[in-house]
Design a protein around this ligand. Structure first.
Ligand code: PNS
Length: 164
C-alpha cells in the first residue's frame, strides 16, 4: 500500500501549542508528516525563515515520522515536488472557515489530486494564534501557556532587542 504523506503548511511565526496539537494529531493519522514553513514575502514576519523552522525542529523531534521543511511559491507546486497529496489545516473559529475553504478550493482547482484535510482545533487552543501570542509578548505579557519554553525565550529576546 502507498504511504500517506501529509503536509502541514503555515507561517509558524512562531509555532504555538495550537500548531503542535494539529501536528501531533496529524502524525497519528498519516504515515509521514512534513511541516512546511513558508517563506512569506508579502507578510511581515517577526522571525526569519530559518528561525521559524528551527523552533519547529526543536519541538517535533519527539515524533519520528514528522519532519520540517521550508518552501516558497505555490503550495501545490511544493506538494507535487514532495509527492504529497494531503494538506492538513487546523480550523479554530468560524472566521477561519471562509479563508480556509477558499484556499482548499483553489488548491484543488490548481491540482485536483491534492486534498485538504481539516482538523478542528482542540477547544483549549481555539482562540490561539501566532498573532495574539506576538501581541501579548510585545507588551511583556505572559505567553508560557501558549508556546513552548524555547519559543517563549526567543520572543522575550526579540522584543527586548526591539525595545533597545
Ligand atoms: O499559517 P498561515 O499564514 O495561515 O499559512 C497560510 C499558507 C502558507 C498555508 C498559505 O498562505 C499558502 O499556501 N501560501 C502559498 C501560496 C499559495 O499556494 N496560495 C494558494 C493559492 S492563491
Amino acid at each position: 500500500m502507498r504511504k500517506k504523506r501529509a503536509v502541514v503548511p503555515g507561517s509558524f511565526d512562531p509555532v504555538t501549542y495550537g500548531h503542535l496539537d494539529i501536528i501531533e494529531r496529524a502524525q497519528a493519522i498519516f504515515d509521514e508528516v512534513v511541516v512546511a514553513v513558508i517563506e512569506n514575502r508579502a507578510k511581515n514576519q517577526l522571525f526569519d525563515l530559518s528561525e521559524r523552522a528551527e523552533m519547529l525542529r526543536d519541538e517535533v523531534g519527539r515524533w519520528p515520522t514528522v519532519s520540517v521543511d521550508t518552501f516558497s511559491g505555490l503550495l501545490v507546486e511544493y506538494m507535487k515536488k514532495e509527492r504529497a497529496q494531503i494538506i492538513v489545516r487546523g480550523l479554530r473559529v468560524m472566521s477561519d472557515f471562509e479563508y480556509e475553504l477558499q484556499l482548499a478550493l483553489i488548491n484543488h482547482e490548481l491540482a485536483p489530486e491534492v486534498e485538504t484535510f481539516f482538523l478542528a482545533a482542540s477547544g483549549r487552543y481555539s482562540f490561539l494564534s501566532s498573532r495574539v501570542v506576538k501581541e501579548i509578548a510585545s507588551y511583556g505579557g505572559p505567553v508560557a501557556e501558549f508556546v513552548p519554553p524555547k519559543v517563549e525565550a526567543r520572543l522575550k529576546k526579540k522584543y527586548l532587542l526591539e525595545r533597545g
